[in-house]
Each structure stands twice: as structure tokens, then as C-alpha cells.
Write a new protein. Structure first.
Length: 102
């Protein structure tokens, strides 16, 4: 899994923007992790119960993204990576259950 390979990135590179005006790897992984968690918490339970799911139109994406980056900054590199891996694996397992039960 790609996320495992990020454990080897030097912490300076991990925290540095990937280019001018862009996020660091740390911020990108935090962002993806939090969107995965949002999906798991808010949408997956409905899918598992075979309920109708509609995306919330009133989600302030930028506010969510900023919160995800801020949350990630409270964690170490390994904590961010581990939480991202956990979210991805949880999502994959629950998604497999939905497909199996369909």
C-alpha cells in the first residue's frame, strides 16, 4: 500500500510543500484521511443498512479541508499515516460487505 511507503519519507520533506503554494505531503494525507473518515461515519452506515444516500450539498469543503489539515498538524507523521491506513482499510472492509450483501 502506498501509504506504508510514506513512513520512509524524511520528516523535513514530509512537512514541506510539494511545490510553491501547495500543501505538504502531511497535509494531503491528512485531507484524504479525514474525507475517508467522513464517508465512513456519515455514509457507510446508511449503505450497510441499504438506505438511500445523498451527498450533503451544504458541506463547506474549504472549511472541512482546513480542519483536516489542522487536525493532522496535531499528529506525528506516523500517527497521520497510521490513521490514514486504518481509515482506508476500514472503508475497504465495509465496502466489501456492502458488495457481498447486495
Amino acid at each position: 500500500m502506498f501509504l506504508y511507503s510514506l513512513r520512509e519519507i524524511d520528516v523535513t520533506k514530509w512537512k514541506s510543500p510539494i511545490s510553491d503554494g501547495k500543501w505538504a505531503a502531511h497535509d494531503i494525507i491528512s485531507h484524504i484521511m479525514m474525507w475517508d473518515k467522513n464517508f465512513l461515519d456519515n455514509y457507510m452506515p446508511k449503505l450497510l443498512d441499504q438506505e438511500s444516500v445523498s451527498l450533503e450539498e451544504d458541506t463547506d469543503d474549504q472549511k472541512f479541508n482546513n480542519g483536516a489539515v489542522a487536525y493532522g498538524k496535531t499528529l506525528t507523521q506516523l500517527q497521520v499515516i497510521d490513521e490514514a491506513i486504518y481509515a482506508k482499510l476500514s472503508n475497504s472492509l465495509k465496502n466489501a460487505k456492502v458488495k457481498r450483501d447486495s
